[in-house]
Design a protein around this ligand. Structure first.
Ligand SMILES: Cc1cc2nc3c(=O)[nH]c(=O)nc-3n(C[C@H](O)[C@H](O)[C@H](O)COP(=O)(O)OP(=O)(O)OC[C@H]3O[C@@H](n4cnc5c(N)ncnc54)[C@H](O)[C@@H]3O)c2cc1C
Length: 390
C-alpha cells in the first residue's frame, strides 16, 4: 500500500483519496477506482470496499476540503536511502500455546455478564463501556492470552431475518481476567452511532453490548488472533499507538507489565521500556487514564504515557493534536528505539488512524535517511510491527 507522505490538514475536514482495485464485475474489477471522502467517512468507506471484495491500493491525503479533490501526489521519496534500522533477527514473539477458536459460531460459549460500566468522564463524546463476562463452566474452558480478540454474537436477527453475525472485539483483560481468577474476559466497547438520512443509526452489536445488564447471557466465540501477541522477552521495548477502543490490547500489556497483583500472578517481570501514545478527542474520553498515570508514577524508568487530545491540544502548526503529531514530535526517539531489535510497535484503533501514522513514520524515517516503505515490511516480517485496526 502506498501512502502519501505529504502533511495532512489537521482538522475533521481533511480529505482522503482511497485508491481501489477489484470492485465491480468482469473487466471492471481490473480497473482502478478512486474515492475522495472526508476523514470521518474514511472508515465507513474502507469497510464497504472490503465488504465488496475490493483491494485498497493506497490511501492518499488529499488537499482541500469538500468536493472530489484530486489526490495529493506522493511526497518525494527520501534520497536513495539505505535501510539501516532493519531488524537482524526475528523477535521472540511466542505463538506456542496460544489458544485459537475454542468456540466457533455454530456452537458458541454462553458467557454471563458480570459488570458493564462507562469508561468515560462527564462531558465525553459518545459512549464507551467496560464489560466483563464470566467464563466459568466451559468445556473446554475458554481461555486466551493478551493481544487476542473474541467474537460476540448479538441476540436477534439482521435485516434479512437471519441470526445476527458475530463481531470481533479486542480483549481488554489479561489472561487472568480483571479479578485475577482466570475465568473472566473483559471488553472495551464503543457504541457505533452515525447519521443517515437525518436518522441516528445505532450499531447492532456495540449497542447490544453497551446496553447489556449484569446477569445476561451472551454468545461468545474465539479466542482469535496472533497479530498482537506480546514478546515473551522481559527486556523487550514496546511502543503502543492507540486511539479510542484501540487501547484494549494495550491495557492488557500494561496490566501485565505494571499492575502489582498481575505481576505477582504472572511471574513475568517486565524490565524493558514501554511507551504508550494515546489519542482521544477530549480528556473525558481518555480510557483507563488513572491506571496509566499510576503506572507512570510507579515505574518512571519503564513507562511513558503520551496523550494526544485532539479537541483540547494544538499541534505545532496550530491544528488539532492527533496521535500522528505526537509521533512526529517524538520521531527521533521513536526511531532510536526501533533501531534496537528488541523493540516492538503495536498499533490499534480505527482504521482511519493508519494513514496519519504512516505519514508521520515516513517523514521521521526520511529525516534519518531511512525509507519507511522499505523498513515497515521488514519490521513486520520480523514480527516487530503489529497492527490491528478496524
Ligand atoms: C479485530 C477487531 C477488533 C475489534 N475490537 C473492537 C474493540 O475493542 N472495541 C470496539 O468497540 N470495537 C471493536 N471492533 C469493531 C467491532 O467488531 C464492530 O465492528 C463495531 O462494534 C461495530 O459493530 P456494530 O454491530 O455495532 O455495527 P453494525 O451494526 O455492524 O454497523 C456497522 C456498519 O455500519 C456502517 N457504518 C459505520 N459507520 C458509518 C458511517 N459513518 N456512515 C455510514 N455507514 C456507516 C458500515 O457499513 C459498517 O459496516 C473490532 C473489530 C475487529 C475486526
Amino acid at each position: 500500500m502506498r501512502v502519501s507522505t505529504g502533511r495532512a490538514i489537521q482538522s475533521d475536514s481533511r480529505m482522503f483519496t482511497v485508491v481501489v482495485e477489484g470492485l465491480g464485475i468482469g473487466r471492471q474489477r481490473q480497473a482502478e477506482r478512486r474515492f475522495t471522502v472526508p476523514f470521518n467517512q474514511l472508515q465507513g468507506l474502507m469497510q464497504s470496499i472490503a465488504q465488496q471484495g475490493g483491494r485498497i491500493r493506497a490511501v492518499l491525503g488529499a488537499d482541500g476540503a469538500g468536493g472530489d479533490t484530486p489526490a495529493a501526489a506522493p511526497a518525494p521519496a527520501a534520497p536513495a536511502p539505505k535501510v539501516k534500522a532493519a531488524p537482524s533477527k526475528p523477535a521472540a514473539v511466542s505463538h506456542a500455546d496460544v489458544p485459537v477458536n475454542l468456540y466457533k459460531p455454530k456452537d458458541p460459549f454462553i458467557g454471563t455478564v458480570t459488570e458493564n460500566y462507562s469508561l468515560l468522564a462527564d462531558g465525553a463524546i459518545g459512549r464507551v463501556n467496560h464489560i466483563t463476562f464470566d467464563l466459568k463452566g466451559g468445556d473446554p474452558q475458554l481461555h486466551y492470552v493478551e493481544g487476542q480478540s473474541i467474537g460476540i454474537i448479538p441476540d436477534g436477527t439482521d435485516a434479512n431475518g437471519k441470526p445476527n453475525k458475530l463481531r470481533l472485539y479486542s480483549i481488554a483483560s489479561t489472561r487472568h481476567g480483571d479479578n485475577l481468577a482466570g475465568d473472566t474476559v473483559s471488553l472495551c466497547v464503543r457504541q457505533l452511532q452515525y447519521e443517515k438520512d437525518g436518522e441516528t443509526i445505532n450499531g447492532v452489536c456495540s449497542t447490544f453490548l453497551c446496553d447489556i445488564e449484569p446477569g445476561a447471557k451472551v454468545k461468545i466465540t474465539g479466542p482469535v488472533g496472533k497479530e498482537m501477541l506480546l514478546p515473551a522477552d522481559e527486556d523487550a521495548n514496546v511502543i503502543m499507538l492507540a486511539t479510542g477502543t484501540g487501547i484494549a490490547p494495550m491495557r492488557t500489556y500494561l496490566r501485565r507489565m505494571f499492575e502489582p497483583a498481575e505481576r505477582e500472578k504472572n511471574g513475568w517481570t517486565f524490565k524493558g521500556k514501554a511507551w504508550l501514545f494515546m489519542g482521544a478527542p477530549t480528556t473525558a474520553n481518555l480510557l483507563y487514564d488513572d491506571d496509566f498515570n499510576r503506572y507512570q508514577e510507579q515505574y518512571p524508568d519503564n513507562f511513558r504515557y503520551t496523550k494526544a487530545i485532539s479537541r483540547e491540544q494544538q499541534n505545532a502548526s496550530g491544528g488539532r493534536m492527533y496521535i500522528q503529531d505526537r509521533v512526529s514530535e517524538n520521531a527521533e526517539e521513536i526511531f532510536s528505539w526501533i533501531e534496537n531489535p528488541k523493540t516492538h510497535v503495536y498499533m490499534c484503533g480505527l482504521r482511519g488512524m493508519e494513514p496519519g501514522i504512516d505519514e508521520a513514520m515516513a517523514t521521521a524515517a526520511a529525516a534519518k535517511n531511512l525509507n519507511w516503505s522499505e523498513l515497515r515490511p521488514q519490521l513486520k516480517k520480523a514480527e516487530r510491527w503489529h497492527v490491528e485496526t478496524y
